[in-house]
Design a protein around this ligand. Structure first.
Ligand SMILES: Cc1cc2nc3c(=O)[nH]c(=O)nc-3n(C[C@H](O)[C@H](O)[C@H](O)COP(=O)(O)O)c2cc1C
Length: 201
């Protein structure tokens, strides 16, 4: 069930040093290549980095929130050619979250490292730094670098970050929700209530 996967998913930034098995890397690649994209234009490209020196340099892409890449067994940079599609950011984000979920499903920890719009720190943007480092063709953008590992250390289910963002409006007639059965709605409401969600009666 997808909900079980979503309950397990966390951003993982600590790694045990074990390499990621080849088959798992292939599955991750397959997962991202199956991502939907606007008009099926597939503007993305994925760069799998396993070289330790390269990982150390990727970890310096920005002053905060990237350093843990140096201890990861691999990173996958999600890049795109904006000339191929005007909504490449959306396309990349979808691929990135599918990668994150596929990693979770494979028992790998991973974390999104934001590259687009972040500063590297020497006047360059993190995107320029990473593009130079990876030798990307002119014009290619880097949205995010995801890291993966062989570690699986789930100690708790993912907490709901902000239950106040969840609402249930209990008037089916008033909403375009007629496809949702009453039973499913009741069950969903009980779960959300248990999480502390506000239920609007
Ligand atoms: C668009 C986006 C950018 C993020 N950028 C970073 C980042 O640069 N570094 C980092 O350590 N975590 C990053 N994260 C992970 C978030 O910090 C994390 O998802 C959030 O704290 C919630 O924790 P959880 O994923 O374990 O539920 C990013 C997540 C998203 C969705």
């Amino acid at each position: 069930m997808l909900i079980d996967l979503l309950r397990k998913r966390r951003s993982v930034r600590r790694f045990d040093g074990r390499p990621v098995e080849e088959e798992k890397i292939e599955t991750l690649i397959e997962a991202v290549l199956r991502s939907p994209s606007s008009r099926g234009l597939h503007p993305w490209e994925f760069v799998v980095v396993r070289d330790r020196e390269m990982l150390s340099r990727l970890a310096q892409a920005k002053p905060h929130g990237a350093s843990f890449i140096k201890n990861a067994p691999l990173a996958i940079a999600v890049c795109a050619d904006p000339a191929k599609c005007d909504v490449w950011v959306e396309d990349c984000s979808i691929a990135a979250i599918l990668l994150h979920l596929a990693a979770t499903d494979l028992g790998l920890g991973s974390c999104w490292v934001q590259i687009r719009l972040r500063e590297h720190g020497d006047g360059r943007m993190a995107q320029e730094y990473v593009a130079d480092l990876l030798g990307l063709p002119q014009g290619m953008e880097v949205e995010t670098a995801q890291v993966g590992t062989g570690t699986l250390k789930w100690t708790e289910l993912t907490p709901v970050q902000n239950p106040a963002q969840y609402y249930i409006i209990n008037s089916l007639a008033a909403l375009p929700m007629k496809r949702v059965t009453q039973a499913a709605l009741m069950e969903g409401r009980a779960i959300l209530r248990a999480m502390g969600a506000r239920v609007i009666e």
